[in-house]
Design a protein around this ligand. Structure first.
Ligand code: AMP
Length: 191
């Protein structure tokens, strides 16, 4: 079983890299951002609740996010591992993930953070916005708020797993293949 947290600011390439990792290691990919967008698209109560936070680039409250994540993990008892993309984004989410995995005698193997500087992120997200159709990708002040929220609320999660000797940081700029190889090198060292 491999349980990997793919970490990094918005626009750092987590979703792109997750696609390759799913293929190579046969993992289940869970992106909380994608789950929220799916719920919003279907106008469910959960989607309606998340909408106002996502529109501003703020975090959806922990109790909503953690409950949704738990349902998704529990829906895959056959999984040989998970890639958590965009989760955990707060310390309470990290603690909840550890407790959830411990219930099935599993744990997080490691957190891999993709490092990309702020201006590169803004440029990438604006470009993505042209095709993603995401309102939060198409407004620079919202993009900058997402980066600020990452720094204040999410980056402590890196240190939380660092204290457990589970955090790894890699350069997130380069070709998709190069970055993929860097991630795989970290994962291979766990096995
Ligand atoms: P993402 O697709 O990961 O960039 O997420 C898009 C938006 O969904 C974020 O800006 C948040 O509003 C919300 N979101 C996604 N994941 C989480 C999470 N783990 N905790 C709280 N909010 C989240």
């Amino acid at each position: 079983m491999i349980n990997l947290i793919l970490f990094g600011p918005p626009g750092s390439g987590k979703g792109t890299q997750a696609a390759g990792l799913v293929e190579k290691y046969k993992l289940v990919h869970i992106s909380t951002g994608d789950l929220f967008r799916y719920e919003m698209g279907n106008n469910t109560p959960l989607g309606q609740r998340a909408k106002e936070f996502m529109a501003k680039g703020d975090l959806v409250p922990d109790e909503v996010t953690i409950g949704m994540l738990r349902n998704k993990v529990e829906a895959h008892p056959e999984a040989s591992g998970f890639i958590f993309d965009g989760f955990p984004r707060t310390i309470p989410q990290a603690e909840a993930l550890d407790r959830l995995l411990a219930e099935s005698n599993n744990s997080v193997d490691g957190l891999i953070a993709l490092q990309v500087d702020d201006e590169e992120i803004v440029g990438r997200i604006k470009l993505r916005g042209k095709t993603s159709g995401r309102p939060d990708d198409n407004d620079e002040s919202i993009i900058r708020n997402r980066i600020a929220v990452y720094k204040s609320e999410t980056s402590p999660v890196y240190h939380y797993y660092e204290q457990k000797n589970k955090s790894y940081s890699i350069e997130g700029v380069g070709t998709i293949d190069n970055i993929f190889d860097r991630i795989c090198a970290v994962i291979e060292a766990w096995q």
